[in-house]
Design a protein around this ligand. Sequence first.
Ligand code: ARG
Length: 545
Amino acid sequence: MKQVKTRLARSLSDKLGVEVSEQDIERPEPEHGDFAYPVMKAASELGENPRQLADEVSKEMQDLEMVDSVNVAGPGYLNFHLKRNKFAESVFQSFEKERFGLEPGDRKVLIEFSAPNLAKPMHIGHVRNNCLGDSLQRIFRFLDYDVTSENYIGDWGTKHGQVIYAFRKYGSQEAFEENPMEHMYHLYVKLHDEGDEEDRRRAREWSRKIEDGDEEALELWKMFREATIRHNEEEYERMGIEFDRVTGESVVAEDAQEIIQEGLEEGIFDEDEDGSVYVEFEDEQYPNTVVKRDDGSTLYISRDVANVRKREREGFDLNMYVVASEQNLHFQQVFEVARRFGYTDIENEHISYGMLQLPGETMSSSEGNIIRLSSMLDKAREKAAEIEGHEVDNAEEVGLGAIKYANLSVTRSKDITFEWSDVLDFEGDSGPYLQYTNVRAKSILQEAEKTPELAGELDEEEYRLVRQLSEFPERIRAAADAREPAKIANFLSELCEEFNSFYHSCQVIGAGENTERRRLKVVKEFVKVSNQGLELLGIESLDEM
Ligand code: ARG
C-alpha cells in the first residue's frame, strides 16, 4: 500500500531527522500491527538508545491522521495500528487507479522464452518455461513496461541436417502433410536409432548445405521450420500464450559471422591451428569456448552474441532470457563476450530455473520417450475431469490452472517434483483452489442485491482480509523486481486462505443492512485482486466450477 507506507516513511524521516524510505517499513504479523518500523539502524546513526528513541517518536506519531495507536516492542520496533476504515478507504481508492496505484515501468524490455527447437515437439521442460515466461510478460506489461516477447526458435546449426537427411532417406511428403510434427520427430528418432557412421557423415553434409545456401536444403529446412512453428502455435494457444514475434537462430546466423570477424580483429577471439575460432576468458573465469568451427560454421554461442547486438540496436534496455539452469554457464559466457564487444547499452539477464519432474518418468529427446507438453496438458484435463463434484466442462481450464500454479508457485531456482494429487487438490495450495475461491466470491456478488460500500466499522475478521488485500500492489512490484511470479502465486494462496476463513466466519448476504454492504464491499475488492492476480499468472478465472 504505497500511499500509506510513503506517508509513514515521510513522517518518520521528519521526526527522526534521518532518511526513512518505504522499503524500511515492514509488514508485521497482524497481532503486532499493520506496519512496523525498526528504529535500531536510525538509533545507531544518531548515537541514541533505540528503545528510548522509539518511545519518543511513538508519542509524536500518535496523532497522524490514519494512525490509531503506536506501540513500542522488542529492542526498538514501532508498531503502527491504523484506523481500520480510513486505511481500507485509502487501499480501495488505490485499487481504482491504473496499475493498482503502482508506478509505470519506463524501460524497453525484451522477454525471450520457450525457444523450442526445429522439428521437435515441446516437452515437459517447455511447460515450466512457458508458464514462467508468460507470467513475466504479463507482469511487465501490467506495469506498463514497453514489452516485446520473443520466441527464439532453435532453427540453425548442425542438428538440422539430420532431419533433412532422414526425410530424404526414410520420409514421405504424404506422411509429412498428414501430421508434420509426428513425421519429423519420427524421422529424427529413427535416424538416431538406426543410423550408422556413414549416415551421420551424410547428415553433416546436409547441415553444411544449409549453411552454404543450397536450394534443396533450404527449401526442406524452410518447410520443417514453418511446420514446427505452426504446430507449436496450437500448443501456445491452448496454454493461452502469445508472442509479439517469432525469430530464431537462423535470423542472426549471418550476423554471427560478422561478429567472429570483428572479434578476431579486436583480439576478443583467437584462431586455432585448424582454423576454428575460440574465446579465452581471463583468469580462467569460464572454460574456453569455440565460437566458429574449423568448417566455418557458427555456433549456438556466437549466434547468441550476435543476438545481443541485434537487440541492443533495436533499442532494448533490458534483455531477459527465460532458459533452464543447465545453460547458466552458457549465458555467463555470452554476457561476458558481449561486454567485451562493448554492447553495454543493454542489460542482459538470464532468468534461470530448475527442473520440472514427474516422479518415475525420465526424459531424453533423442530416445523418443520424452514427456510431451501436449500429453501433460491432456493428462491434466483428464485428471481434472475425474475430480468429483465439479463441472466437466471446465476440466481443460482447471487442469491448465493446476499446471500453471504448480510451476509458478515454486521459487524459480528450485526443482519441482510434480504430484497430480497435490496440484489438483481443491483444498490445498493449488491452482484449482485459487480458481475455486475466486468463483465462490463471485457467486456471492451475483447473489447480492445491496450495493457494496464501506458502511459502519470494519470488524476484526473483515479487517484481516482488507489488510491482506492491501499488500497486493507491493507483491506485484516485488515479483517484477525479482522476476519471480512465485511472489504473486504465494500471495494469492495466502489471500485465498484468508478469504475462506472470512467466508466461514462471516455471513455476508442477510447479515444486516450495514454489515452486508460492508462485507460485500470487501468481497468485491477480493474479487478484483483475485481476478487480477490470476491474470498475471495466466490462470483463467472461471464463472463456475
Ligand atoms: N533452443 C534452445 C534449447 O532448446 C534454447 C534457446 C535459449 N535461448 C537462447 N537465446 N539461447 O536449448
